[in-house]
Design a protein. Structure first.
Length: 241
């Protein structure tokens, strides 16, 4: 069984089904093109046939005189037959219908081509501007990233320097405190030794003990305990950016 091929609109380039047939223009229109056609001043009185009544091979005749349309009346904006041109349009401006149709077709085709050209230009412009915008976005992101990395490196260096400063001071203070601790430990060790010596001399005669203590006292007096310096401290206040 042969497949039926739906007729295509002869006006637009959208590939829409041409289900409306203009009697005057003898062309197939889709719904949108039909609406536009009837809004045009020159074709507002055109009549259409739809569906199974379409017959492109049928020669359309003047309904009043059953004659073919030969002319186009510009004053009335309608096709006319030979008799109508004499009786109703004798003083009107008329041209050959075929020539008028060709001129209209050329005019419509030029408008369509112009719309296509303008639309293609707009599409090309949109693509180019989109490409440019996306490149600008990448550039801005790179600038933000580079600046962030720059500040991060500066902050890392500053943090490292501050930590080293605190650690160097810590090492110095700990060493100083250790020195004081060693001196006092030496004093304690000597004093504990003298305490043991004095204890062992408890059974010695007083005169002997007196002489030994007399000798020991200058050594004990020579020990001068230096005051311990104030304990070191460290603090840190948050810096403003």
């Amino acid at each position: 069984m042969a497949q039926y091929t739906a007729p295509i609109c002869q006006i637009c380039i959208g590939g829409q089904t041409g289900e409306h047939y203009c009697r005057q223009c003898e062309q197939l229109f889709c719904g949108n093109c039909k609406s536009s056609h009837l809004r045009t001043k020159i074709s507002k009185n055109h009549t259409f046939v739809i569906g199974p009544n379409i017959n492109k091979e049928e020669k359309l005749l003047c309904t009043e005189h059953e004659e073919s349309f030969l002319f186009y009346c510009h004053d009335c904006e309608t096709p006319v037959c030979r008799i109508c041109s004499v009786k109703k349009h004798s003083r009107h401006l008329m041209t050959d219908l075929t020539e008028t149709t060709l001129e209209l077709k050329s005019e419509v085709s030029k408008v369509i081509i112009s719309k296509i050209t303008e639309s293609q230009f707009n599409i090309s412009r949109i693509k180019e501007e989109t490409k440019t915008y996306r490149e600008e976005v990448k550039a801005v992101i790179k600038t933000i990233t580079d600046e962030a990395n720059y500040w991060k490196q500066l902050i890392d260096k500053k943090v490292e320097a501050l930590i080293k400063e605190v650690q160097d001071k810590e090492q110095k203070e700990i060493q100083n405190m250790s020195t004081y601790s060693e001196v006092n430990e030496g004093v304690v060790e000597n004093c504990e030794t003298w305490q043991k010596d004095i204890k062992t001399m408890e059974t010695t005669a007083d005169i002997l003990l007196f002489k030994k203590l007399k000798q020991l006292k200058p050594e004990v007096d020579q020990i001068v305990l230096k005051p311990i310096p104030n304990a070191p401290f460290v603090s840190y206040k948050n810096k403003s950016l």
